[in-house]
Design a protein around this ligand. Structure first.
Ligand code: NAD
Ligand code: ZN
Ligand code: ZN
Length: 354
């Protein structure tokens, strides 16, 4: 058996780079040699024991790599092809996938909540030298030659997620949009809102560096939530409330601020991962008859989604490389987790190069 280095979860606050068995491609599967990956806020939830995965699991779900091995039944690819694989790997064949709900992939029958999120959740993930890709035919997206690994790595998860916040909200040309939180996900939601055609994008955060980056990603106005009443400010700027509010943190406060910032019949598009109970105060909800809509979205994946996102980058519509603020080798990944987790040194996303 060949061996490889991989980032393994060993329980709360314990991840280590271990020598483990290298995967072998079975029917419909592929193995890629990972050339670039990154750490997600969700990996921090795993590390801190806030999102449960099994001990011994290789974590990470944002892979860019080169095809090393193709299992039987995977066609149209060559060993050595550069590929991007989405964080979500739908099977493409179950009822959920065939109904267009790829992220809630049901593994053959029905739907399963978050079922499309496999890497670093239910199967071994991407913070490793090699990665086994399931349902390879539906999930290997070839990278155009002119795009670098750095230009595409953030498409696997954060851009796909952030943009989906704008897409699920069905933003219309000319809409006023407010995005609560400008972490990597919120910054991509800001960029997505601008791309779709919002006339006004307001970015809310409390971190100076992130508010500056929000402007660079397309925010017309930025608000520091610590500086005053953000909801009142949004209502003032928009003349009565935003058409769309995107929640990109996952807390009661940001959810409620998003809801209160909407005009009647506005849309709240929620991306955050919540813990515990989430409450909807009746006054923020017009007693339940204000015609608001609340939609949630798990990062869209699959090779067609990745192809479309790479086109956006290739055509110069968006550049995500400014978000890659730090680089670490796979051996140094725990240092990467520390910097990313403490949000020190102006960090936004860390590139991990196996
Ligand atoms: N829906 C999905 O598919 C999906 C995918 C990946 C991550 N997520 C979730 O998205 C959320 C955001 O991820 P991230 O990596 O961008 O987070 P992050 O922790 O890097 O950033 C959060 C930001 O929120 C800001 N903030 C804190 N309190 C605030 C407040 N009251 N108002 C406005 N801003 C505030 C912080 O200053 C920070 O910049 C997390 O819950 C993560 O788990 C969801
Ligand atoms: Zn993620
Ligand atoms: Zn499926």
């Amino acid at each position: 058996m060949k061996r490889m280095k991989a980032t393994v979860f060993h329980g709360k606050d314990q991840i280590r780079v271990d020598e483990v068995e290298r995967p072998v491609a079975g029917v419909g599967e592929a193995v890629i040699r990972v050339t670039l990956t990154t750490i997600c806020g969700t990996d921090l939830h795993i590390l801190r024991g806030e999102y449960a995965v099994r001990e011994g699991l290789i974590i990470g779900h944002e892979p860019v790599g080169v095809i090393e091995e193709l299992g039987p039944g995977v066609s149209g690819y060559q060993i050595g092809d550069r590929v991007l694989v989405g964080a979500i790997t739908p099977c493409g064949q179950c009822s959920a996938c065939l109904s267009g709900h790829l992220s809630q992939c049901g593994h053959g029958a029905g739907y399963e909540a978050l079922g499309g999120w496999r890497f670093g959740n239910t199967i071994n993930g991407a913070q490793a030298e090699y990665l086994l890709v399931p349902y390879a035919q539906a999930n290997l997206a070839k990278i155009p030659d002119e795009l670098s690994d750095e230009q595409v790595v953030l498409l696997a998860d954060i851009a796909s997620t952030g943009f989906s916040g704008a897409e699920s909200a069905q933003i219309k040309i000319g809409d006023a949009v407010v995005v609560f939180a400008q972490g990597p996900i919120g910054l991509c939601a800001t960029a997505g809102a601008k791309l779709i055609g919002a006339a006004l994008v307001i970015g809310v955060d409390g971190d100076e560096t992130r508010l500056r980056m929000a402007r660079r990603m397309g925010a017309d106005v930025v608000l520091d939530y610590r500086a005053g009443d953000v909801v009142a400010e949004v209502k003032k700027i928009t003349g009565g409330g935003a058409d769309v509010a995107i929640e990109a943190l996952g807390t009661q406060q940001t959810f409620e601020n998003a809801l209160r910032s909407l005009r009647p019949a506005g849309i709240l598009s929620s991306l955050g991962v919540y813990a515990g109970k989430l409450q909807i105060p009746y006054d923020a909800f017009a007693a339940g008859i204000g015609d608001q809509r609340i939609v949630t979205t798990l990062c869209p994946g699959g090779k067609e989604r990745m192809r479309r996102l790479m086109e956006i980058v290739r055509r110069g519509r968006v550049d995500l490389t400014p978000l890659l603020t730090h680089t670490f080798s796979l051996e140094q990944i725990t240092e990467g987790y520390q910097v990313f987790g403490e949000r020190g040194d102006g960090v936004l996303k860390v590139a991990i190069r196996p």
